[in-house]
Design a protein around this ligand. Structure first.
Ligand code: GDP
Ligand code: GDP
Length: 443
């Protein structure tokens, strides 16, 4: 798999963000506030000698604090370090090599399977500092991995970029590419909600685009993304990028075979709506199709910038949307603005989390230990005179989340009781964004 994210780490003030800006030659970075942390990650893309890679500025050393590494390591933090191809540890030439720098290198090597790290000695603006530079050539560090640069005047950054590209390309040949197990996400929504704008924004930060059969009559284009530390395929439904082919304003757009085809191929659906318009009947139809097919789903309410200007409250807005989708109380709703780049990375983070939840398997012993006492305390009602008995429950191995209840006369268990069990399962195990199906079998 491609893992071509380069992650910049280092203490405050060593020049990480100056280096980031120099390498990306841009101040136009996407900033993400990682969930559950105060870590801001900035993403940009770099093109150097026809090589393209993504670069992320972690914003601080706390990223690798003891708490994060050793204790409850945050899923996203872990995922970013794990999935990045290379780490640049930036140091300040005037500060010298400090104990903390060595211990960080040590921690990364230990916790992340000998991840490659380049040591970037910054602020080497002129040769007057050459004596300071010698302090960094110590035995514990491979001297070939040390690069002296000046993020301010650009000295040494060409050599650094050459080396990064060598590292990026080392085992990245497209023939090695295995995308068969990649999560598939689809982006669905009415015309004009901002799907192509969203896609274009992602494209700026993304490394590889593989168009399947370009120029043929294929309905959807798979975009393979290595983005923000995640690998996934995004289905470009109805040729979002080929605007001319989409009949705007066509009310039948949703029943369009392409959208349904995309939903059926995907693991998680991103349903994009327009915050000004709110949720429509057509959107609810899409939700139903996704749920009936066992797909994960996230509602991304775009153009939030227009609402925010009117000082509207996010929680109230989400509440008003929820009123229309009461049955689907478990679907996450996220307000975003492609224009302001608000919550763009969060969409990918949440969709990825939904994907992970969709694939988790609850141990049979675990769920029975939890659910059987609840069933004993609240026995199932029967829809006729027959006595209903539940013996046990198990999660079935399937692409969607299905639990099977085994027992006697289980056909007669009331629907409301099945809903009751579903709610209990949801309360105990996080299935946010995932439909749960419960089937009954006599045994
Ligand atoms: P960060 O906290 O690691 O992201 O550091 P910044 O990029 O914000 O830089 C901290 C300070 O170091 C700023 O005042 C920068 O102008 C300065 N700085 C960054 N790179 C260089 C460099 O190559 N040479 C010199 N002399 N100063 C630099
Ligand atoms: P699509 O038909 O769903 O692909 O929608 P487009 O991406 O073509 O967007 C339709 C219009 O909405 C364009 O004029 C975009 O510039 C605009 N737009 C997209 N995202 C936003 C947003 O977050 N805020 C605002 N104010 N406008 C947006």
């Amino acid at each position: 798999m491609y893992k071509n994210l380069v992650l910049i780490i280092g203490s405050p003030n060593v020049g990480k963000s100056t280096l980031f800006n120099r390498l990306t030659r841009s101040h136009d970075a996407i900033v993400s506030n990682l969930e559950g942390t105060t870590i801001n990650i900035k993403y940009g893309s770099v093109t150097w000698n026809k090589n393209k890679f993504q670069i992320a500025d972690s914003g601080g050393i706390s990223f690798l604090s003891k708490k994060n590494i050793n204790k409850s390591i945050n899923q996203h933090t872990f995922s970013i370090i794990k999935n990045c191809k290379l780490i640049l540890l930036v140091l300040d030439i005037d500060m010298g090599f400090r104990y903390i720098d060595l211990s960080i290198i040590d921690k990364i090597k230990k916790n992340f399977n000998k991840k490659n790290i380049l040591i970037v000695i910054n602020k080497f603006d002129n040769n007057i500092k050459i004596d300071n530079l010698n302090n960094f050539y110590i035995n514990q560090i491979n001297h070939n991995d040390i690069f002296a640069v000046s993020a301010i005047n650009g000295y040494g950054t060409g050599e650094l970029l050459d080396r990064i590209c060598t590292e990026i390309n080392s085992d990245n040949h497209p023939n090695n590419y295995d995308d068969s197990k990649m999560p598939i996400f689809s982006l669905i929504g009415k015309p004009n909600v901002g799907k192509s704008s969203f896609l274009n924004t992602l494209m700026k930060y993304e490394y590889s685009v593989i168009d399947n059969d370009p120029g043929t009559t294929r309905d959807t284009i798979d975009i393979t993304c290595n983005l923000f530390g995640y690998n996934f395929k995004l289905l470009d439904t109805a040729g979002i990028r080929k605007k001319s082919k989409v009949k705007k304003g066509n009310i039948e757009y949703y029943s369009n075979i392409r959208s349904i085809n995309s939903i059926s191929r995907s693991d998680v659906v991103i349903l994009m709506i327009d915050s000004i318009m709110g949720i429509t009947h057509q959107d609810i139809k899409i939700i139903k199709i996704a749920i009936e097919n066992g797909k994960g789903i996230l509602i991304a309410s775009n153009k939030w910038d227009l609402i925010e200007n009117e000082n509207k409250n996010t929680a109230n807005y989400i509440k008003s949307i929820r009123k229309h989708i009461m049955f689907y109380y478990y679907i996450p709703i996220l307000c975003c603005s492609v224009t302001n780049k608000k919550n763009i990375i969060k969409i990918i983070n949440i969709v990825h989390d939904i994907y992970m939840r969709k694939n988790k398997k609850i141990q049979t012993s675990d769920i029975n230990k939890f659910l059987l006492p609840i069933i004993t305390n609240n026995p199932p009602q029967s829809t006729n005179n027959k006595i209903v008995k539940i013996k046990y429950i198990t999660q079935i191995h399937n692409k969607s989340v299905i639990f099977a209840i085994f027992g006697r006369n289980t056909n007669y268990i009331a629907k409301s009781y099945i809903k009751f069990l579903e709610k209990n399962i949801r309360n105990k195990y996080d299935f946010n964004g995932i439909p749960i199906k419960i089937i009954t079998k006599d045994k």
